[in-house]
Ligand binder design. Structure first.
Ligand SMILES: Nc1ncnc2c1ncn2[C@@H]1O[C@H](COP(=O)(O)OP(=O)(O)OP(=O)(O)O)[C@@H](O)[C@H]1O
Length: 223
């Protein structure tokens, strides 16, 4: 689904990580952890083609990023849902329209009913007509999750989706992502939150990856 072959990335100040070879299989659940600045967001950006690796090959569904045309990459991105760290919205559009954007901007049919079903799933049906600035942090994160999955992606990538949320709200978001994974979506979550990882491991067979010392390692059973 997403494969890294001997991948390194360097923004110009030295490699953040190198020699990364890994496959994110369909239906898998991964956490990605590591110190601040280790390169977690960078790793996610490589996964959805926002960045090309400095060295090595990233392959999305059988095609190397480098060989993809701009159109092919845009098409590929439709099969990958992303919850960004800052979950930005278009503040002049209501939550229903923001959540529908991945479909409406690609010209695909979108019914209010489908969007409202999804908003119901994340517990935001009552906020469908609200503007983004009026939502709480937890509500914004759940709206961002709804937007990331509206196009039924095969992979969900989430960058610190529970950052700044209280424990109850973090758990709620986690259960939504576990539920998605049970329905077949591969999930990769970058997080600092070790409690979240421990909790998830009692619910799902999650593999924990850690960027440390410029390498991507499998975290041990100390978690
Ligand atoms: N576009 C860029 N140009 C130059 N350097 C960058 C760029 N993006 C990120 N960096 C640097 O690369 C390093 C890794 O950044 P990245 O955001 O991937 O780390 P992270 O592990 O996600 O950090 P955090 O946990 O704090 O979010 C940081 O030192 C950052 O300043």
């Amino acid at each position: 689904m997403i494969e890294f072959q001997d991948v390194a990335h360097d923004y110009g100040g030295g490699a953040l990580f190198e020699g990364v070879t890994i496959a994110l299989e369909p239906g898998s659940f991964h956490f990605l952890t590591g110190p601040s600045g280790a390169g977690k967001s960078t790793f996610l950006k490589l996964c959805y083609g926002e960045l090309l690796p400095s060295r090595g090959t990233v392959t999305l569904q059988g095609t190397s990023l480098r060989q993809m045309s701009r159109d092919a990459l845009a098409e590929m991105r439709n099969s990958i849902g992303v919850v960004h760290q800052d979950c930005q919205f278009l503040d002049h559009l209501d939550i229903r329209s923001n959540v529908a954007l991945p479909l409406s901007t690609t010209g695909r049919a979108v019914s209010d009913r489908d969007v409202d079903d999804l908003l119901n799933w994340v517990g935001l049906r009552a906020q469908a007509d609200a503007l983004p600035p009026t939502l709480s942090g937890g509500e914004r994160q759940r709206a961002a999750l709804a937007r990331a999955v509206i196009a039924a992606p095969r992979v969900l990538l989430a960058d610190e989706p529970t950052g700044n949320l209280d424990w109850e709200m973090s758990q709620r978001l986690l259960s939504l992502m576990v539920e998605l994974n049970r329905m077949g979506t591969a999930v990769l979550i970058a997080t600092h939150d070790m409690n979240l990882i421990r909790t998830a491991k009692s619910q799902v067979a999650a593999r924990v990856l850690r960027i440390a010392g410029r390498k991507l390692q499998s975290a041990g059973s100390d978690l």
